[in-house]
Ligand binder design. Structure first.
Ligand code: GLC
Ligand code: CA
Length: 566
């Protein structure tokens, strides 16, 4: 069981092939280049790659506009190169999950071309049409400010088509059984080529009812079970990681009450409150968010992330909270996007402050779930705000001080490489950080190793331990007769805290620090007292280092939540 549910104690790394490494010198990253970097990724310690879309595409939404679900965009290589890549990953113990972008296709997809050609086309009903402009065409845009409408008129079809995203991304009619069957076929195809699952794009929209007459879309959650069943019949331990930015109340609809729907979801709720906590040095709303997203089936898992390839969406915070995050991390209009988020990379948001970066990473690694790292964040890469919308945080990986950061030999890289300022590739690159024992890269590698050695985080039950100081967050995990405890100081000033580990008997008296020699022994009243530096963090094993000897095969009363109802 513990080995089959590999995603429960794993470290994900998200990258796009086009900006990773260019082996054939045409300026665009490719699978051959990526293959040559697998040893780097293995060294970093990540256990799964989330590969962004690489299928043939006009590339108007960075590949999220697919024109052929069964191929590889020729700029990135061939299907043969793809299989070499998944094989190379398997040899190194790295799993691959790929994006499954089936809410919409590109408008250049042959299905859409067919569909628009005639009302009698067998593909007509694969998309969502209306004869007249629907009344609600001006609502529900995902990219407000850039996208004007959710319905556009197609001249050839002489009809209006629905698009939740950009107008070149017509929505598939996902209620059509033929479309559903095709989605399964797409999954089956890539599973056969060596992937371990999918990051499913825009899930709430995929399962929503769509059409001119739909006032309030209704989610058809049963579809999720159908996707999952098919996948697991084909390959038992394959997973779907859902991109669903939804309210905590609906989480269980996505996971399924019996854990029979999505294995993983990104925790957008915690993500926003985490940034608020970092900006305000107040952990209370984060603690609330952790509690609100706590209910989930034992086999389900959260994907915990800081930044991804999209904007940091702050839409679920109150206006006052959002303003605090904007003020601290993205004060200029140019850093903000779609009226709800920040488009910058992590390092510049945190002022390049190493202490704050470590704090943020330490939190990502120790909050309930599986961490998902964005490529380049392990070396503290920056952004290029001169690029439009979300492209600012999608610049090529910075490998070395060689021309174009060692990303390509071409003089025309697909996207400009950051070459100016403190985040320019001459300062921030892998080669330099490899040699420096104190670098961000080596720190990240160490923290990943440590994270993998604490499966309590991924598997265990957790509770937030109350302190009087809102700047300090303490979480304890219990799993199979063992506990681990984490302390974070969100404030720039040092803090003194006292707390009890909250376990019966003597177990909680000794806290062994996993990252330094500075352990903690409780006083006679079972209180631990510690002084923690500004932005400091502590990773402790409760009770000592003989935990592997103590670990039980099942959760017993002593350590598990049975003895400590939340
Ligand atoms: C998801 C992706 C985003 C893309 C959109 C449309 O939100 O993360 O990058 O633009 O779907 O496919
Ligand atoms: Ca290339």
């Amino acid at each position: 069981m513990i080995d089959d549910l590999w995603y429960k104690n794993s470290v994900f790394y998200c990258l796009s092939v086009g900006t990773y490494m260019d082996a054939n010198g045409d300026g665009i990253g490719d699978f051959k280049g990526l293959l040559r970097r697998l040893d780097y990724l293995q060294g970093l310690g990540i256990t799964a790659i989330w590969l962004m879309p690489f299928q043939p595409s006009p590339g108007k939404d960075d590949g999220y506009d697919i024109s052929d679900y069964y191929g590889v965009d020729p700029r990135y290589g061939t299907l043969g190169d793809f299989v070499e890549f998944t094989h190379g990953c398997r040899q190194r113990g790295i799993r691959v999950i790929i994006d499954l972008v089936v809410n919409h296709t590109s408008d250049t997809h042959p299905w859409f071309r067919e569909a628009r050609s005639s009302p009698d086309s067998e593909y007509r009903d694969w998309y969502v049409w209306a004869d007249k402009k629907p009344a609600n065409a001006g609502t529900g845009m995902v990219f407000p400010g850039v996208q004007k409408s959710t319905w556009s008129r197609d001249k050839e079809a002489k009809a209006w088509y629905f698009h939740r995203f950009y107008d070149f991304q017509p929505d598939l009619n996902t209620s059509n059984p033929r479309v559903q069957a095709e989605i399964l076929k797409i999954m089956g195809f890539w599973i056969q080529l060596g992937v371990s699952g999918f990051r499913m794009d825009a899930v709430p929209f995929v399962i929503a009812t769509k059409g001119a007459k739909v006032r309030t879309p209704v989610e058809q959650y049963d579809m999720l079970r159908a996707f999952r069943e098919f996948l697991q019949w084909r390959q038992g331990n394959a997973i779907i990681l859902a991109e669903a930015n939804v309210l905590p109340e609906t989480d269980m609809e996505y996971f399924g009450d019996d854990g029979d729907r999505m294995q993983m979801m990104f925790n957008f709720h915690v993500n926003q409150h985490l940034f608020y906590a970092l900006a305000s040095a107040d952990s209370r709303s984060l603690a609330k968010a952790l509690k609100a997203t706590k209910p989930r089936p034992a086999s389900a898992q959260w994907g915990l992330f800081l930044r991804n390839h999209d904007e940091l969406d702050l839409g679920r915070l109150t206006k006052a909270q959002r303003d605090v995050v904007f003020r601290n991390f993205g004060p200029d209009k140019n850093m903000q996007l779609y009226g709800r988020g920040i488009r910058r990379r992590l390092a510049p948001m945190l002022g390049g402050d190493r202490r704050r970066l470590e704090l943020a990473y330490s939190l990502m690694c120790t909050l309930p779930g599986t961490p998902v790292i964005r490529y380049g964040d392990e070396i503290g890469m920056g952004d290029n705000l001169a690029l439009p919308e979300r492209n600012c945080a999608r610049t090529p990986m910075q490998w070395s001080t060689e021309p174009h950061a060692g990303f390509t030999e071409s003089d025309k890289p697909c996207s400009a490489i950051i070459d100016k300022g403190p985040y320019g590739f001459e300062h921030v690159n892998v080669a330099k950080q490899r040699r420096d024992p104190g670098s961000m890269l080596n720190w990240t590698e160490r923290i990943i190793r440590m994270r993998k050695e604490v499966p309590e985080i991924g598997w265990g039950d957790f509770r937030v331990i109350a302190t009087r100081d809102p700047a300090v967050l303490i979480i304890r995990y219990d799993w199979r007769n063992n506990s681990a405890l984490f302390v974070h100081n969100l404030d720039e000033r040092p803090r003194e805290v006292s707390f009890a580990a909250g376990l019966p008997g003597d177990t909680g008296k000794l806290l062994v620090n996993l990252l330094s020699e500075d352990h903690s022994q409780a006083n006679e009243r079972d209180q631990h007292r510690l002084v923690i530096e500004g932005y400091g963090y502590r990773w402790y094993r409760v009770g000592g280092l003989d935990y592997l000897l103590k670990r039980s095969d099942i959760d017993t009363k002593a350590g598990g939540n049975a003895a400590h109802p939340a």
